[in-house]
Write a protein that binds this ligand. Structure first.
Ligand code: FE2
Length: 422
């Protein structure tokens, strides 16, 4: 496939891109067409590496209202409802919902997703289904699977054994949820144990960490310390870390020293945590997000995720990473012009770093020929006008194509089309 006159992000000059045998073969001016070659005129397009959803719960998707709606909007009612819904879970149910919703992600430019999958089920039904889907959907999307002890490792029988079993089955990484354990001691112990398993099986770590407005929730210091001591470093991710938004600055200052030494990744889920957090506050009401701006300025890697799409924990969502980004830049005060121009990194390159896939991610010679094409100018313009990808290309093949919406106003003098570009 030959893409003619493409604009690459942060570059003014338009170039041609040749993808052959599934990889980028040439990126330069005036690549000649050859007979039989598929050629796409990209003179109106900006090319980006595909979006990365760094944190999603694919096994929950599209279950909103089953068996009932979450009317309080709290995490705790969500957990209660999921407890009821999960009794009916079957592999067929997980695969049907997940494969349907994955197409929403793909159509909107995502080609990489990290999913947390419940490992607290007898028979690990969802885990088995997701491992099969990872293979069945690989023509559209790369799925990375983290075994997730939703209720807490020590809050149900054989929690640790089921996590280990998930790794043996083929999960790519292991998780924990220290703030949900009954005691601080169990929280710390759960982290020590999952890091031991990650080292033993050579797996990634991604912890649901301090997803609470309780400023005394400090699982992050243990996660960072383990990341440093085990040497796993950038193979470790702390997801959510909402409590960081409630820490006093004296503690946060000390903590940041450790975080920099540990070199771990952070994932924020702006839509979900704006929805779930602050529920026990009156006024002032906290935003409940981690310190996205400060972590970024400290040189730490932060990326964004959908987290939940129409499930007991979050009613909305269409799997659109731009919507997540838009919420994130508002909630984190990243709305300076330069910050907006740069913000796509939270759903592209930073996500690739979180997923540890940098060796195969990016529009560079020799890497898989994956990219999206958008009729937009750059971060600022894409976020402001919510420009969705016109094409998603994977290994040199079109896997998604979208018509852009057209708007018209009608006046006495006749119809006028509306252009949202200033
Ligand atoms: Fe999550």
């Amino acid at each position: 496939m030959l893409l003619k006159n493409v604009k690459l992000n942060h570059q003014d000059e338009r170039l041609d891109i040749l993808i052959e045998d599934g990889v980028f073969k040439a990126i330069e001016k005036n690549i000649p067409e050859r007979e039989g070659m598929e050629v796409l005129d990209c003179s109106e397009f900006l090319a980006l590496s595909p979006y990365v959803d760094s944190h999603c719960h694919l096994d929950y998707v599209a279950t909103y209202g089953q068996p009932r709606y979450n009317e309080s909007g709290t995490l705790f009612e969500g957990i209660e409802i999921w407890g009821e819904r999960s009794k009916e879970i079957t592999a067929e149910d997980v695969k049907k919902r997940t494969s349907h919703v994955l197409k929403w992600l793909v159509a909107q430019g995502t080609q990489y997703v990290r999913t947390h999958v419940n490992s607290d089920e007898d028979g690990l039904v969802s885990m088995q289904a997701m491992i099969e889907l990872r293979e069945e959907m690989k023509d559209l999307i790369d799925i990375q699977i983290i075994a997730f002890p939703q209720l807490g490792v020590y809050c149900y029988e054989n929690g640790l054994e089921l996590l280990e079993e998930s790794l043996k089955m083929g999960a790519d990484g292991i998780g924990a949820i220290p703030h949900s354990e009954d005691t601080r001691e169990d929280a710390v112990k759960s982290l020590h144990e999952i890091f031991k398993l990650a080292v033993k099986y050579d797996k990634l770590v991604d912890v649901h960490c301090d997803e609470t407005d309780d400023g005394h929730s400090r699982g992050i210091e243990v996660v960072a310390s383990e990341a440093r001591k085990t040497g796993l470093g950038s193979r470790v991710t702390a997801s959510h870390t909402c409590a960081m938004g409630s820490y006093n600055n004296a503690y946060a200052f000390k903590l940041f020293g450790l975080l920099k030494k540990a070199g771990l990744n952070f994932v924020a889920n702006p839509t979900i945590n704006m929805h779930l957090q602050g529920r026990y506050d009156s006024y002032p009401k906290r935003r409940g997000l981690t310190r996205i701006k400060e972590l970024t300025e400290a040189g730490l890697n932060v990326s964004f995720g959908n987290d939940d799409i129409m499930d007991p924990f979050y009613p909305l969502g269409c799997g659109d990473m731009l919507e997540v980004l838009e919420m994130g830049v508002h909630a984190a005060h990243l709305t300076g012009y330069t910050q907006l121009q740069d913000a796509l990194k939270f759903i592209t390159s930073n996500g690739a770093r979180t997923l540890n896939i940098e060796d195969k991610y990016g529009i560079e010679l020799g890497k898989p020929g994956n990219l999206i094409l958008l009729a937009g100018e750059g971060g600022y313009d894409i976020i402001r006008r919510h420009v969705k990808p016109s094409y998603s290309i994977r290994k040199g093949k079109i896997i998604a194509k979208n018509e852009q919406p057209k708007f018209t106003v009608f006046r006495e003098s006749g119809p006028e089309s509306v252009d949202f570009r200033a």
